[in-house]
Design a binder for this molecule. Structure first.
Ligand SMILES: N[C@H](CCC[C@H](N)C(=O)O)C(=O)O
Length: 297
């Protein structure tokens, strides 16, 4: 039976899938904010909008709770791949999904498609590709002044932008306090995702995450790829490592050709229909902006 939405989570990073072949909801800016709002809406770390078919290619759009569009989402891609299998769009155990940040190869590792492997492509540290303002360079161990404190940043793109800060100690509090200051710093023309990275040993790292357009999340696939790429680039970790996050562990392997292969779990949560009252709001009959503002006051 066709539903309005399908909810999944990957290590506590939860997404709502809205399928344009089943729901005619327009996922505009305000609608996304309302749907993702954990009090006035369904609540999630973002919206996965697809499958959008272009010839044989399956395209996915990734929307953050603030309405911004992301080029890539590691957990989002694993969730969407599971949705494609659960819904019968895909029958194979290996297939591709196209995102704004590039086309990725998916491999389903278990019967119920709860463990998936994704080749997230090759990382780039080049300022112009991330992007980071200033002269063309690799943004490695670079000074950045935030307030009156000087930090060392390592920036990388895996399709979406990331800023990784090495720390001896990390915490949720640190991510929530400093994350926003890096996310919107003027050197990032498209803003950035932020990870605070602690090296545990050569095959284990730990990160706390502040996501662009989403804030603090329990896990992030692209953040895991970004932090692992930095740890490996700096010679602080080997090419195979576990990334430990508040929501759980993702395994990363950086291949000899530089591809970042991510393996992690995904689980369905719920599926359902929008209540007519919510539909009135998301279709603009009741101003969604007012609803969100109500929450802020
Ligand atoms: N907020 C991110 C997209 C979601 C990334 C994260 N949830 C993941 O699993 O990669 C961005 O604006 O680039």
């Amino acid at each position: 039976m066709e539903m309005d939405y399908y909810k999944y989570q990957a290590l506590g990073n939860d997404y709502i899938v809205i399928d344009p072949n089943k729901s005619n909801l327009n996922v505009m800016n305000e609608n996304v904010k309302l749907l993702c709002d954990r009090n006035f809406g369904i609540g999630s770390d973002g919206i996965l909008y697809g499958p959008i078919y272009e010839n044989e290619i399956i395209k996915l759009r990734i929307l953050n709770p603030d309405g911004s569009e992301a080029e890539k989402s590691g957990n989002g891609i694993r969730i969407f791949a599971k949705y494609l299998i659960d819904s019968g769009y895909v029958k194979d155990r290996a297939f591709q999904i196209s995102t704004l940040g590039g086309t990725v190869n998916i491999e389903v590792l278990d019967e119920n498609a709860t463990l998936l492997r994704v080749d997230m492509g090759v990382a780039s540290f080049l300022s112009e590709e991330i992007p980071v303002n200033g002269a063309l360079r690799e943004v490695i161990n670079e000074k950045l002044l935030i307030g009156d404190h000087e930090y060392r940043i390592n920036c990388v793109t895996v399709g979406n932008p990331h800023c990784v800060i090495l720390c001896s100690d990390i915490s949720e509090r640190l991510a929530k306090e400093l994350g926003p200051k890096f996310e919107s710093n003027s050197i990032f023309p498209n803003r950035t995702n932020v990870q605070f990275l602690k090296i545990m040993d050569k095959n284990n790292i730990q990160i706390e995450i502040w996501e662009r357009g989403a804030g603090y999340t329990l896990a992030s696939g692209s953040s895991s790829c970004a932090a692992a790429s930095v740890a490996y680039k700096l010679g602080l970790a080997e090419n195979k490592m576990k990334v430990h996050m508040a929501g759980g562990v993702i395994e990363i392997e950086i291949t000899s050709s530089g591809h970042i292969v991510m393996t992690g779990s995904v689980y369905g949560v719920s599926q359902g229909f929008f209540h007519k009252d919510l539909l009135k709001r998301v279709n603009g009959k009741i101003d969604a902006r007012r609803v969100i503002k109500e929450k802020k006051t």
